[in-house]
Design a protein around this ligand. Structure first.
Ligand SMILES: C[S@@+](CC[C@H](N)C(=O)[O-])C[C@H]1O[C@@H](n2cnc3c(N)ncnc32)[C@H](O)[C@@H]1O
Length: 261
């Protein structure tokens, strides 16, 4: 059974596309002429839907039936059950690929990248991912310390990831930091960087895979220390300046290939 069949039951309730992330994705894709885009690990299709609404044809590849049961149908999106490591698609089926916060879940990311390169026929590959070198700086890990190990063992260091993409595709890779807006609408792990109260919402936590991996003891302990720190003004004293910022670089990155001109 795919991991997201168990942890993804309420995913669509909290993980809608964020318009700022979507705008950046569209901007990157528009710099190349693509009409069919394959979305690998498409989840509940929130970014596939944005692409479809902007005139792209989308091949959305997703292994989890639970995730697919939550999609909003669109005539320009074709849903395909499958895994990134063995894409059920012909060579050059798409002009470009997107992988949004999904590569760290793949069993074999290198094989997946070869597959993506094959089905895009050397077209552009765009990834949205996280820089694990940044995790220990994020205040949330003071309450949930095992997040550090989890993130460091699941996300590839950015220079290593860029080098692998370059080796697989033969294309240069651009890395662009993506500071998160304070009112981020796609509630992934750092959604509450300036809104700690969000982590008390169990539906928000259910949409975040790192929370699915911690023990109940660590969860209860972390939540009660966070609650206490908020009530006593300790959180405000240590991190409250974050509430004044409109955006903050927690460590999210766009990586995309650039064809030789
Ligand atoms: C965090 S979700 C991201 C979903 C979507 N891209 C988004 O941004 O909302 C990760 C997705 O990757 C999928 N996934 C996990 N392993 C996969 C694999 N080997 N091949 C393709 N997708 C996979 C999961 O089922 C899940 O839907």
């Amino acid at each position: 059974m795919a991991l997201y069949d168990t942890i993804g039951r309420t995913y669509a309730q909290t993980r809608s596309s964020d318009p700022r992330i979507a705008a950046k994705l569209l901007e990157i894709l528009m710099s190349r002429q693509a009409s069919t885009i394959v979305d690998i690990g498409a989840g509940t299709g929130s970014y596939a839907l944005v692409l479809a609404e902007h005139g792209y044809r989308v091949l959305a590849v997703e292994p989890s039936a639970t995730m697919q049961s939550q999609v909003i149908a669109h005539p320009a999106i074709e849903w395909i059950e499958g895994y990134a490591e063995n894409l059920p698609l012909f060579n050059q089926s798409a002009d470009a690929a997107i992988i949004m916060l999904a590569l760290h879940h793949f069993q074999n990311y290198q094989q997946a990248l070869y597959e993506v390169h094959r089905v895009t026929g050397g077209g552009q590959i765009v990834l949205f991912t996280y820089d694990p070198a940044m995790i220990s700086e994020f205040w949330l890990t003071k309450y949930f310390p095992s997040f550090v190990k989890d993130i460091e063992s699941t996300f590839l260091p950015i220079p290593q990831l860029a080098a692998v993409i370059q080796a697989v595709t033969g294309m240069r890779v651009s890395v662009v930091p993506f500071p998160l807006p304070q009112d981020l609408s796609d509630a992934f792990a750092a959604v509450g960087w300036a809104r700690p109260e969000l982590y008390f919402n169990s539906i928000v936590r259910h949409g975040i895979s790192s929370f699915a991996k911690i023990t109940d003891e660590e969860l209860q302990q972390g939540l009660s220390s966070l609650r206490e720190d908020l009530e006593m003004g300790v959180w405000e004293q240590k991190y409250g300046q974050l509430r004044q910022l409109k955006e903050y670089d927690v460590g999210y990155r766009f990586l995309y290939t650039i064809a030789a001109s």
